[in-house]
Ligand binder design. Structure first.
Ligand code: NAP
Ligand code: MG
Length: 405
């Protein structure tokens, strides 16, 4: 069988622990036998990030901008515990995702892969909820400090023209912690526009929520910019019969739980981080959440929303076969290949992406699945059989081969 051809490479960012193992399996079993895979490879594994003083992450992000499409494996964000685990680390390197998002800007759209035989925990949800998470600023670009004595903190902005704005943050009578956050109007505008565009492209309602009652200037600006940008999309929304709806985040959370699903929920950076895990778990399994970062210039980066699955990795190191779910990582690859195919006009490659996803769904429908899903099946016609990652990927390969024959 001749392999499906690619024109332009996509950026491949390898990662850590169990997901790095899955990454290799997916490439060997599901991609390389069928596609003449062209990638620009960047090893974002923790030790290589350390060796390059994290330059590899910056290079990978810039390459993604240049080539337009990237696919990323989950990576370790080092914390104190990781510093002990990897004594060779010279610094507590920042989150690679944070670094990449800061370079690409844009919005991360996260949606669960839904299957008819896996019912969400929230019984009213009939369709998936897509979280649109702003990918720039706020807590992720904040500066923090700790002080020991009584005193006062000031916040000063110095303009290039020489103007200055200062306000007192707080006077304290003892030790305190402080944080300063920012966001940029351009980035918020790009966030708003990508959400409206995504709503139009996928014909779904768009909800947006912040805490503008408390954060009147900061969150108030997000709300104002969304309202302003909506004017450009209003006619398209009305034509498609979809709506834009702003509400306070507390109210949104309550409404989401009572909703039927099937809409996009736009959220600020931190809110999106937290709420996407809630949506993922409530939809079934954390392992079924896909994520795509869409930058204002159209650059897209695909990944799974979950982490490196450390607990499973330590079992793997002990020689145990694990039942780690590769679905979101496979969909990151199919998403990236489909996007590459669209950009380069390659219909065979686009068809391959569709067939790969179809082979996954067929495998699950045959009851062959990883442990996390087996306990969630609510359909008498399917007898779930929990298998190892290797067996699961092998079963997908069989079905994919048949589709491509
Ligand atoms: P995690 O890797 O997402 O795993 C948390 C738990 O969720 C697992 O122990 C497992 O539960 C379940 N799970 C997640 N993905 C699964 C999968 N594919 N198949 C089966 N079960 C799955 O989160 P974490 O343990 O908090 O973080 C581990 C590392 O990942 C950290 O170093 C963190 O920095 C990093 N991280 C990276 C990213 C990213 O690169 N995008 C995102 C989040 C976290 P059971 O143990 O109960 O089976
Ligand atoms: Mg998170």
């Amino acid at each position: 069988m001749s392999k499906i051809q690619m024109k332009t490479p996509l950026v491949e960012m390898d990662g850590d622990e169990m997901t790095r193992i899955l990454w290799q399996m997916i490439k060997e079993q599901l991609l390389l036998p069928f596609v003449d895979l062209k990638t620009e490879y960047y090893d974002l594994g923790l030790l290589h990030r350390n060796e390059t003083r994290d330059q590899v992450t910056v290079n990978a992000a810039n390459a993604t901008k240049r080539l337009g499409v990237g696919v990323k494996c989950a990576t370790i964000t080092p914390n104190r515990q990781r510093m002990e685990e990897y004594p060779q680390l010279t610094e507590m390197w920042r989150s690679p995702n944070g670094t990449i998002r800061a370079i690409l800007d844009g919005t991360a759209f996260r949606a669960p892969i839904v299957l008819p035989f896996i019912k969400p925990v929230v019984k009213t949800w009939e369709a998936p909820i897509t979280v649109a998470r702003h990918a720039y600023g706020d807590m992720y670009k904040a500066v923090d400090m700790q002080t020991e004595e009584p005193g006062e903190a000031m916040l000063t902005f110095r303009g290039v023209s020489g103007t200055e704005k200062t306000l007192s943050v707080q006077k304290v009578d003892g030790p305190a912690v402080w944080q300063a956050q920012h966001n940029k109007e351009n980035s918020i505008r790009a966030f708003a526009r990508s959400c409206f565009q995504y709503a139009v492209d996928t014909r779904q309602d768009l909800w947006f929520s912040t805490k503008d009652t408390i954060s009147k200037i900061y969150d108030g600006d997000f709300k104002r910019i969304f309202e302003h940008e909506y004017k450009d999309y209003q006619a398209q929304f009305e034509k498609l019969g979809i709506t834009y709806f702003y509400t306070l985040i507390d109210d949104a959370v309550a409404r989401v739980i009572r909703s039927k699903g099937g809409f996009i929920w736009a959220l600020k950076n931190y809110d999106g981080d937290v709420m996407s895990d809630m949506i993922a778990s409530a939809s079934g399994s954390l392992a079924m959440m896909t994520s795509v970062l869409v930058a204002p210039d159209g650059t897209t980066e695909y990944e799974a929303a979950h982490g490196t699955v450390t607990r499973h990795y330590y079992k793997h190191l002990k020689g145990e076969a694990t039942s780690t779910n590769p679905m979101a990582t496979i969909y990151a690859w199919s998403g990236a290949l489909r996007r590459r195919a669209q950009m380069d006009g390659l219909s065979d490659l686009a068809a391959f992406a569709d067939k790969l996803e179809a082979a996954c769904v067929e495998t699950l429908s045959a009851g062959i699945m990883t442990k996390d899903l087996a306990s969630l099946v609510e359909d008498g016609t399917i007898t779930p059989r929990a298998v190892t990652s290797e067996v699961f990927i092998g079963a997908i390969r069989e079905r994919l081969s048949a589709k491509l024959a």
